[in-house]
Design a protein around this ligand. Structure first.
Ligand SMILES: [Zn+2]
Length: 307
């Protein structure tokens, strides 16, 4: 009877000690596990965030590396440019020299005119550059040292024209021709002035022409030691004549002083001259009509005296 009652009331019977223990253990385990699970879930989210960030960083790094490599390649290319340019210029100068030799030997019936502009830069130099550019004509500028016009040298050089050393001061009276040293010091002063701007030249011109000084031979020797050649001219607009000249006279003077037998000519002008500037397009057209090719002067040219 007792057992029957006991059996009948089994559903309501209080849990055994073992059951309680198991329940407590389960609760405890759950209590311990849930925060752990939550912690794991948080860590997993953090991991995914980190992985995503890492991917973005890696992509950015790849982009940065690519950009860096591209910049580096460009830098290398730019660093090589001056050398390539120098090589091109040397090749060009050698080609001109070969043409000059052919002209002189009679192997070529071509003619060359070297347009030269002295004493600049002046305020008019930019206008001369414009006319030369419009006519696709290169020239040679024999410049002086003018610190106040420092910005006006590179545009001439960058436009592909040759630069020549015409002494720093152009002080003909009581200056450069007092002694050989006076002259050479003035040349090296301009050489440094130009070098500071990245402009190199090996050609020079005596202010007033080489006939101006009795020290011509000694100066020429010293110039040669410095690696410099020099050149006068055989054609002129006479734009520096007292009282100047008109544009018409400048053109006529070029025609008049260009001898029929001269196959290589060096034309003297000054970039201070409004007359030469105005006449320049006509001078270029006339020279080309006469069969002259216009070229810039380089040290290699037969027209450049060495020593
Ligand atoms: Zn001069």
């Amino acid at each position: 009877m007792q057992s029957t009652t006991s059996t009948n009331n089994s559903g309501k019977r209080p849990p055994s000690k073992l059951g309680l223990l198991l329940l407590a253990a389960a609760v405890l385990l759950l209590a311990l596990t849930v925060p752990q699970l939550q912690q794991n879930s948080r860590l997993t989210r953090q991991l995914h965030t980190l992985q995503a960030e890492q991917r973005v960083a890696a992509e950015a790094n790849a982009a940065y590396t690519a950009a860096y490599q591209s910049t580096h390649q460009q830098l290398l290319y730019l660093q090589e440019l001056p050398q390539q340019l120098q090589q091109l210029e040397a090749d060009f100068a050698a080609d001109i020299r070969a043409l000059e030799d052919d002209i002189r030997s009679g192997a070529s019936d071509k003619k060359i005119a070297y347009l030269t502009f002295d004493d600049g830069p002046y305020n008019r130099t930019a206008d001369f550059l414009k006319v030369l550019k419009e006519n696709d004509a290169p020239g040679t500028f024999f410049v002086l040292g003018k610190p106040a016009m420092k910005d006006d040298y590179l545009p001439t050089y960058a436009a592909g024209h040759s630069i020549g050393n015409h002494t720093y001061s152009h002080q003909i009276r009581q200056g450069i021709y007092l002694s050989v040293d006076h002259f050479i010091n003035d040349i090296t002063k301009l050489d440094s002035f130009l070098a500071d701007m990245g402009i190199e030249t090996q050609i020079s011109r005596f202010p007033g022409g080489s006939a101006t000084t009795s020290k011509k031979a000694a100066i020429a020797e010293r110039l040669d030691e410095l690696g410099y050649g020099w050149v006068d001219w055989n054609v002129s607009t006479h734009d520096a004549a007292t009282g100047g000249c008109t544009a018409e006279q400048a053109l006529e003077n070029v025609k008049y002083t260009t001898a029929d037998y001269e196959k290589i000519i060096v034309v003297l002008m000054h970039d201070f001259s409004a007359a030469s500037l105005e006449a320049l397009p006509d001078i270029i057209a006339w020279l080309r009509g006469e069969g002259f090719i216009l070229l810039p002067l380089y040290y290699d040219s037969v027209m450049i005296n060495k020593g």
